[in-house]
Ligand binder design. Sequence first.
Ligand SMILES: [Cu+2]
Length: 138
Amino acid sequence: MTVRNSTHFVANQGTSSGIGCKSQSVLRALRLTILFTVLASAPCLAQDASIAGPVATVSMDHNTFIPGEITVVPGTTVTWVNKEAMPHIVVDLNKGFRSKTLAKDASFSFTFATAGDYDYLCSIHPNMKGKVIVKPVS
Ligand SMILES: [Cu+2]
């Protein structure tokens, strides 16, 4: 009995201010739409940034990065592979990434989330230089 009375009271309040009630429900619907949009797009963004993003490979051979310069889109994972017996260490000049000493067939990967130019070298052979250009598709 008490529950039914209180329900009735709330309903009466709603009808007494009809316009206010309507705009409130529109607001609520908008809020829900925004929430669903955020929820729906979040997993996609996470996938693009890491797992399902594009990939590129740079080889190390004859004390050279091959190709010496690559252009990729943001979110690309670049993998450096050492193809020769000479050890190499991939080091970003701006300290964004750094590999361990890479023996023959060892590899190192880094995902470039942010657009920009990334100059790097081999810290064992400073003349061995490379560049990754991260550029959104225009
Ligand atoms: Cu080297």
